[in-house]
Design a protein around this ligand. Structure first.
Ligand code: BGC
Length: 266
């Protein structure tokens, strides 16, 4: 089903992990996709080749989402190629883990700059274009959709990851406040809260049987998530199927938020 036919989507941090699966899922749903990346241009280019070979349409654009001028130029390139934007997936995110007392200002700022300021800069460009253009009835009943990749850690505190958890808590309020502000213009803003998904960012949590077994004690559903689990959720949130869904975080976590420790205690 090509629910997103004729729409144009930008996915930040799209050449690996969750972003890659989201970009590929949006492309198979018919969207023209911008694959934003900051390093490893070959993997971004390979995705473009694969998407085109499957009959889709994509371009790769390099930009550091925490830099205002680079974000601005990326959107201009997108508009030159696809004319406009219908769907923004704010996804680019990093971890710089450290015990709190050893955390450097650089580790703190790097995470906040990419995970939070990057979302602000990209959402602002997208929202300006949505407002300028308005609804295009044969594409979508909404004037635009923004999806913010949050985490279960917008809710679950995470020792040793204070910068990351703070950024995700920030994304939660960013997304909800923006949703409240833009909803009257028929722009929808929602978040996805992935749990543990098999990607490079958390490789050490699943790449040995021992670490995977430990991880699975936190997941009632008994399996690690795959990037495609998030890709499917993103297609739904971007499509008119979810038109009445505004300002939520859709947790896709196999039940990680269900306080699994209480299944045998308490
Ligand atoms: C983090 C992963 C972690 C997962 C569940 C994600 O937001 O990026 O490293 O495995 O949350 O704790």
């Amino acid at each position: 089903m090509q629910q997103l036919k004729g729409q144009s989507a930008l996915v930040t941090g799209a050449n690996s992990g969750i972003g890659k699966a989201v970009a590929e899922s949006l492309a198979s749903a018919g969207a023209n996709v911008v694959i934003n990346y900051v390093s490893d241009p070959d993997s971004a280019q390979q995705m473009v080749t694969n998407i085109k070979a499957a009959g889709g349409n994509a371009i790769a654009i390099k930009a550091d989402v925490s830099k205002e001028d680079q974000v601005h130029d990326m959107f201009q390139k997108m508009f030159d190629t696809f004319g406009t934007i219908d769907i923004l997936v704010n996804n680019a995110g990093i971890q710089k883990d450290s015990p709190f007392v050893d955390m450097t200002l650089d580790q703190w700022m790097a995470v906040i700059n990419v995970n939070l300021t990057g979302y602000f800069l990209c959402a602002r460009e997208a929202a300006r274009e949505f407002l300028r253009r308005g609804i295009v009835k044969d594409r979508s009943v909404a004037a635009g959709k923004i999806i913010c990749m949050s985490s279960v850690h917008e809710r679950i505190p995470w020792a040793g990851h204070v910068n990351y958890a703070s950024s995700k808590g920030g994304i939660m309020m960013f997304s909800k406040s923006l949703s409240q502000e833009l909803a009257p213009h028929h722009i929808r803003v929602n978040a996805i809260g992935p749990g543990a998904i098999r990607t490079p960012i958390n490789k050490s949590a699943w790449d040995t049987q021992e670490s995977l077994d430990r991880l699975l004690t936190l997941i009632p559903y008994g399996r690690i998530g795959e990037p495609e689990d998030i890709g499917k959720a993103a297609v739904w949130l971007a499509s008119d199927e979810s038109d009445y869904v505004n300002g939520i975080t859709l947790f896709v976590d196999g039940g990680m938020l269900l306080y699994p420790g209480f299944s045998t205690n308490g």
